[in-house]
Design a protein around this ligand. Structure first.
Ligand code: NAD
Ligand code: TYD
Length: 335
């Protein structure tokens, strides 16, 4: 099998490549990545000299580069995106360009090259926001109701992927997963931001009242979910992927991190809320569990400990990431 992975130098994409090459050593991987601020080839050191791995530095919006990358590919796993909600609020245009236009360029090329599977990695954020007391969770039949430029651009990309299946017969699958965490996550997202801030003696910034709820999915569990969808998923289908069965709010996540690191709750700092902040995401992942036999390997607390250990051991990685462009962003976002 020859897989084109887009955005393979990012958080989930690099974890996916490492996971895939370990478990399917005979498959060929082509990684097409623009290396934005979020792309980091250091994540892929382990495989960079593997003859079955090729890196192409390029933009998914560039038809020529995409055509080159698509040669002899039978499967596309599409991760490349602008992904941070706060950045989409500061500047929405790159989100529309990469997430919407880039996805359409890939779809067109996949169709032209008779790709056997186009797997699109999407988010639960396309479904909007649940109330804290809502008994319903997001599932494969939930209506789309995105509320941030990021989620709106991902929703548009999902619609395009489905349209290419229905209109042109492109064999697609989609996963809408919840918030991921784990090794190599860019430090702007709340869990690595909180861990690395505390390791540096800085406070954890918590937006608003901190009672916002996310469903948390460990990145390796997510990679296993994509693997199963590629192997056994039904063409044209969407699968919701989540990691929890009960709500955990942001304040509780911050307190768990502080407890594991042996620090006091005084390290929590309430800061200005995000505009249009979605109150709650909760995912019903019974379809992928019942149809494909997927479930998370461990619970949130165990994976959180593993993640904290990784950031403790790999301080050089995130210290490099925290320098440079990220410093300017942090100043703009947190003052
Ligand atoms: P990330 O921000 O860590 O990495 C994105 C990668 O895409 C980077 O390597 C970047 O260089 C690359 N990229 C950006 N624009 C590009 C372009 N125009 N052409 C080529 N490459 C480009 O993202 P992530 O957290 O790994 O997310 C991967 C995918 O999973 C995204 O599609 C995202 O919407 C989805 N997702 C992420 C989460 C999460 O919690 N991280 C949750 C649900 C869904
Ligand atoms: P984030 O990691 O940005 O992911 P998303 O917005 O895609 O869910 O944020 C996760 C939650 O944490 C969300 O409710 C916003 C909140 N948050 C904070 O409270 N403080 C922060 O500094 C950040 C980045 C996020």
């Amino acid at each position: 099998m020859k897989i084109l992975v887009t955005g393979g130098a990012g958080f989930i994409g690099s974890n996916f490549i490492l996971y895939w090459m370990k478990n399917h050593p005979d498959d060929k991987i082509v990684n097409l990545d623009k290396l934005t601020y979020a792309g980091n080839l250091e994540n892929l050191k382990e495989v960079e000299h593997n003859p079955n791995y090729t890196f192409i530095h390029g933009d998914i919006c560039d038809t020529e580069v995409v055509e080159k990358a698509m040669q002899e590919v039978d499967t596309v796993v599409h991760f490349a995106a602008e992904t941070h909600v706060d950045r989409s609020i500061l500047q929405a245009a790159p989100f529309v360009m990469t997430n919407v236009v880039g996805t359409q360029v890939l779809l067109e090329s996949a169709l032209k090259n008779n790709v056997k599977r186009f797997h699109h990695v999407s988010t639960d954020e396309v479904f909007g926001s649940l109330n804290l007391d809502d008994p319903n969770k997001f599932n494969e039949r939930t209506n789309y109701s995105p509320r941030s430029p990021y989620s709106a651009s991902k929703a548009a990309s999902d619609h395009l992927v489905r349209a290419y299946n229905i209109t042109y017969g492109l064999p697609i699958t989609i996963t809408n997963c919840s918030n991921n965490f784990g090794p190599y996550q860019f430090v702007e997202k709340i869990i690595p931001l909180a861990i690395t801030n505390v390791l540096e003696g800085q406070k954890i910034p918590i937006y608003g009242d901190g009672l916002y709820v996310r469903d948390w999915l460990y990145v390796e569990d997510h990679c296993r979910a994509i693997e199963l969808v590629l192997q056994k998923g039904k063409i044209g289908n969407t699968y919701s992927v989540g990691g929890l069965t009960e709500d955990i709010n942001n304040l509780t996540v911050a307190k768990k991190i502080l407890r594991i690191l042996g620090k006091s709750e005084d390290m929590i700092e309430f800061v200005k809320d995000r505009p249009g902040h979605d109150r709650r995401y909760a995912v019903d992942w019974s379809k992928i569990k019942n149809e494909l036999g997927w479930q998370p390997l461990h619970n949130f607390d165990k994976w959180l400990e593993e993640t904290i250990n990784w950031y403790k051991i790999n301080q050089e990685w995130w210290k490099r990431v925290k320098s440079g462009e990220y410093k300017d962003y942090y100043k703009k976002q947190y003052g």
